[in-house]
Design a protein around this ligand. Structure first.
Ligand code: VG1
Ligand code: CO
Length: 542
């Protein structure tokens, strides 16, 4: 085996965002781009003699990137790489393999819900030994390293073909090619009441799971159709393709519209769900009803004890700050801790490790538990099926009962995409500049009661994350949050998150956009979004 050390120069902009480094595929596949970033990771984590998990969501460039990473791993002294067959691993499955094999971490190739293909996006994320995304101290060190990098190491030989499970080698580095689905599916069997769900399907319950041509196809087919007995064809768009069938694998009402339309139609199945490019997000629907992710988190937490993995109860609930307060009410009723973290799954890891949270969630269709250290789309779907099977009710009945008990927190997110970065930064900057003057201010009929820029101190390790989003509280209990996306690759995306709680005695059957119209107008009056961006409506409403 021969290795070579190649000279390189720092490439600007290799700064990880909310979830790893994401760039246009055309950028990621430029000479030295991937190599520089991988070497920067290796320089920080010192991989000699260590074991890592490696895999991705199968998007365009996944296969080539895996080859490069294997060759660089061997040249950097990695002892062993555990790789999903054909380089495929969903993000939660990768997190599980890291934990199950007690490895030193993993490299996950994905740009998640962003489109794939040469015109689309690519990404790379380093996860640590607990299976979770690297904390900011590490990603900051990796970024700093990319700014001074001068060389990288790579094997001259090619890596083995990845199509057959088995043990291989590249120089002294052992390569274990593993079935991407089996261990993950086995883990689900330990957490979820598969018998109850089998019973549900045998009684004629119907479901449609839209894998959106992305990584969850093989996972969903194995678990839902083969192990649980859902009717053949329940999983649609189940064959992963490198450009996700030309689609946008983001399970929300805009990009998964065909599924939503189907669930609202006359021949709707009992249950509908979808996942994203890398399998960590989920969308939940019942016949005639869309469950907003913040509500899904609250329902899963309130009913978690119905699943065997959580039969002893849950220890705490954590949600990202922009996620609605619906889950907090469940935590209060259960007498357990409720945590509010910045956006991004990495902030949940310390709470999960410390046993201070069992269930976590984000408004962006991310839900998960302490079984891995990533959000987990199929897990959420299985939790819902478990709950439906045990309670014997429809999704709609479960939501109605939940709201009747806890009240309903109306919620919606409005995204303004591909805004000129200067305009977006100035908008948020100006908003932060006037926060102190806002309390008492009348915003289009709603008075601001409080205005703050969210700073977070991790209650477990004391680390801090500053300025994670502007929160505006209004008279009457409404809340608006504004922040910029950290996962985009073109321009800036302004996210405006809206919520308002209605007590059980109030009107629980409003259209969310109507229920939130005054909060949206007030936020716009303060931040001037429409005028400054020149847009008269959001690009995406969830
Ligand atoms: C978005 C979501 C955030 C999520 C992140 C990664 O980040 O808002 O909740 O954790 O994507 O999810 P941002 O910075 O664009 O708002 V995934 O499925 O893209 O790994
Ligand atoms: Co994702």
């Amino acid at each position: 085996m021969t290795f070579e050390t190649r000279a390189t120069r720092p490439i600007e902009g290799q700064k990880p965002g909310t979830s790893g480094l994401r760039k246009k595929t055309a950028v990621f596949s430029e000479p030295d781009y991937l190599e520089n970033y991988v070497q920067a990771i290796f320089d920080v984590i010192e991989p000699a003699g260590k074991t890592y998990v490696l895999g991705g969501d199968g998007r365009f460039f996944n296969d080539k990137a895996i080859q490069t990473i294997l060759r660089m791993g061997a040249a950097n002294g990695v002892a062993r790489m555990i790789v999903g067959r054909e380089g495929i691993l969903s993000t939660p499955a990768a997190s599980h393999l890291i934990r199950m094999n007690e490895t030193d971490g993993g490299l996950i190739l994905s740009a998640s819900h962003n489109p794939g293909g040469l015109e689309g996006d690519f990404g790379l994320k380093y996860n640590i030994a607990n299976g979770g995304p690297a904390p900011e101290a590490i990603t900051d060190a990796i970024h700093a390293r990319t700014e001074v990098i001068g060389e990288y190491h790579i094997a001259k030989d090619t890596a083995p073909d990845l199509s057959t499970v088995g043990q291989y080698a590249l120089g002294d580095m052992r390569i274990d090619i593993v079935d991407p689905v089996a261990d993950y599916a086995d883990l689900m069997e330990t957490l979820i009441d598969f018998d109850a769900i089998r019973g549900l399907f045998s009684r004629g319950f119907t479901l449609r799971f839209d894998a959106m041509h992305a990584v969850t196809g093989p996972y969903a087919t194995e678990i839902l159709e083969k192990r649980l007995g859902a009717r053949d064809g329940s999983v649609v768009n189940g064959l992963p393709s490198p450009d996700f069938g030309g689609g946008h694998p983001d399970p929300n009402p805009v990009w998964a519209k065909p599924l939503v339309d189907h669930l609202m139609s006359d021949d709707a199945p009992d249950f509908g769900a979808a996942s994203d490019g890398d399998g960590d997000r989920n969308m939940i629907l019942g016949r005639g009803i869309y469950v907003t992710p913040s509500d899904s988190l609250a329902v899963i937490a309130a009913n978690a004890h119905l699943a065997p993995g959580y039969a002893d109860g849950i220890k705490g609930i954590a949600r990202s700050m922009p996620t609605s307060g619906a889950a907090d009410r469940v935590a209060e009723a259960l007498g357990i801790e409720a945590h509010q973290t910045p956006t991004g799954w990495k902030f949940f890891s310390t709470l999960l490790d410390a046993g201070r949270a069992t269930i976590c969630g984000e408004e962006s269709a991310g839900t998960g538990s302490d079984h891995v250290r990533e959000k987990d789309g199929l897990w959420a779907v299985l939790m819902w099926l478990n709950i439906l099977a045990v309670r014997g009710q429809s999704v709609k009945d479960i939501m109605d009962e939940h709201w009747a008990r806890y009240g309903r927190t109306y919620y919606s997110r409005h995204d303004y995409e591909e805004i000129d970065a200067e305009i977006a930064n100035a908008l948020i900057g100006d908003l932060k500049g006037k926060l102190a003057t806002l309390p008492g201010h009348d915003a289009n009929g709603l008075t601001v009661t409080e205005a703050e820029d969210f700073d977070y101190t991790d209650p477990v390790d004391g680390s801090t994350a500053k300025s994670q989003g502007v929160i505006l509280h209004f008279e009457g209990g409404g809340r608006a949050v504004l922040r910029l996306s950290g996962t985009g690759t073109a321009g800036a995306t302004i996210r405006l998150y809206l919520e308002r709680h209605e007590d059980p005695s109030g009107d629980l059957v409003q259209d969310p956009q109507d229920a939130l119209a005054d909060v949206a107008r007030a936020a716009d009056a303060i931040a001037d979004i429409r005028k400054r961006t020149g847009r008269d409506a959001p690009d995406v409403i969830t």
